[in-house]
Ligand binder design. Structure first.
Ligand code: SF4
Length: 467
């Protein structure tokens, strides 16, 4: 099993180094292929059963309208939720969001937090903040618990432990429990259920994400497949839900459509196991539910995206389909990206939210073949490949002046017919010197990086490689 850092700050090496290491991990690639293959089969079934293109257009219209009306929708959500007895906190950034939850936990004397799956908490690094404050945090989604035990971060938005196989999971469970664990699916699930039961029963705080908030009623929707989300949001005395500010729609009519699209795109199925609809804390006549309900709405750079070139990324419903469709993600998995969000969505979102200087953020937009498979897979039609090109442009603007001047000169040369003709003649002469039987196996200098993974044909169409 690959060793991964517990904190993103500890991510080592460049994106290229991490990707190269992942490419050499046969087990990882087998696991990724199996998972992406099963998603593709489910997705094909959905495409055959449903008018996916029409549904996608409607999904895009709903999300675009919601982002356009975001300030009003957030006000409406807050007003309706507060009327039910819930507390809404709007956090300008990750630090403010974490501070709010940590202070709440300390004020309430909590020492154990049960969590259900949430990319927003991964983004703001809530686990790290709570643990630093001395709290014990336990992930209760099976995949999240597995990677928590492994000291890793999610490999995929909806399938966090997709890079691990059953043997690897059984090893982790044995290390955690100190006893033997069979590497059969049922045995592994039963083991997790038994170990996590006590956490559900004793945690004072349950933390969940939010798939969608509905402004007109002040409701949050938590979609999941295991039932742990229902326990996390109903059993502990306090429920804290954390959402990115864009995860909202105005009406139940809009919510119904997005909640229909989500499992189709995410897991290739027409329904998720559980859709939890939560509107504030427990009422006096209700038998379960938390005494306190807090909704933390995180901006974290999102409001700055509105009206700009990357606004459409706010339409994302975090289904993870673009990851499974992406040839890059399918080859190296999510951990090589070194950021909470991986795959095509991560390659756009990370640099625009964190800035191109953060970790490998500036390199991420280049980590794509621009094939457009992500756009095809996206249930709300986000033109991710176009956004990647824009993000590349932004990252290039940050490059040293000498490099930018070099690229400008290069572009001028190749746009000039005379220079282009000379370049072609030089390339042909070089190919005659370096090529053997129609192929160049090694280019000199920095160009050698290109031939380290592939041969270059000296003619077009290429000659078949000789055996
Ligand atoms: S960009 Fe589209 S496909 Fe990718 S996670 Fe977001 S909604 Fe899903």
């Amino acid at each position: 099993m690959s060793e991964r850092p517990v904190s993103y700050e500890d991510v080592t090496g460049t994106l290229r180094e991490r990707a190269t290491e992942a490419l050499g991990d046969e087990q990882l690639r087998t696991n990724l292929r199996a998972s992406a293959g099963s998603w593709a089969a489910g997705r094909k079934r959905m495409d055959e059963q449903y008018p996916f293109q029409e549904m996608r257009e409607k999904g895009r219209e709903i999300r675009t309208r919601a982002v356009a009306e975001l300030p009003q929708l957030l006000d409406q959500l807050e007003e309706n939720l507060t009327a039910t007895g819930g507390v809404v906190y709007r956090a300008a950034d990750a630090a403010a969001a974490c501070r709010y939850v940590v202070e709440l936990a300390q004020r309430e004397g909590a020492d154990l937090v049960a969590k259900s799956k949430s990319m927003a908490t991964e983004e703001i690094k809530l686990n790290e903040a709570l643990e630093e404050a001395g709290l014990r945090v336990v992930e209760t989604d099976l995949g999240e618990w597995i990677i928590q035990l492994a000291g890793q971060h999610p490999s995929h938005i909806v399938a966090p432990a997709v890079h691990l196989n059953r043997e690897e999971v059984a090893d982790l469970f044995e290390q955690e429990s100190g006893g033997p664990v069979e590497n059969e699916r049922e045995a592994l699930v039963a083991h997790a259920r038994q170990r996590l039961r006590e956490v559900f029963a004793t945690a004072q705080i349950g933390v969940s994400g939010v798939n969608l908030a509905v402004a007109e009623s002040g409701t949050i929707c938590v979609v999941e497949n295991e039932g742990n989300g229902r326990l996390v949001t109903a059993l502990p005395r306090i429920h804290v839900a954390v959402m990115g500010m864009e995860r909202i729609v105005g009406s139940w009519e809009d919510a119904a459509h997005i909640l229909e699209l989500l499992p189709m795109a995410a897991i290739g199925d027409d329904a998720a196991g559980y859709v939890n609809l939560i509107t504030g804390p427990r009422r006096p006549d209700e038998t379960d539910g938390p005494e306190q309900f807090h909704l933390v709405i995180v901006d974290g750079g999102r409001s700055a995206l509105r009206g700009g070139p990357f606004e459409e990324i706010l339409n994302c419903i975090r289904c993870g389909a673009c990851l499974y469709a992406c040839p890059m993600w399918k080859s190296v998995g999510g951990q090589a990206y070194g950021s909470p969000y991986s795959g095509p969505i991560g390659a756009v979102l990370t640099p625009v939210l964190e800035g191109p200087h953060a970790s490998s953020a500036g390199q991420l937009p280049h980590f794509s073949s621009l094939c457009g498979a992500c756009h095809e897979a996206c249930p709300v039609g986000i033109p991710i490949h176009d956004l990647l090109v824009k993000a590349r442009g932004q990252a290039t603007e940050q490059r040293p002046r000498s490099e930018r001047v070099g690229m400008w000169l290069w572009s001028r040369l190749w746009s000039n017919p005379v220079a282009y003709g000379i370049g072609r003649r030089l390339a042909r002469a070089g190919a005659r010197v370096l090529g053997r039987r129609g192929w160049i196996e090694r280019l000199p200098g920095p160009a050698g990086a290109w031939t380290s993974q592939r041969d270059v044909p000296t003619t077009w169409p290429p000659k078949p490689p000789s055996s």
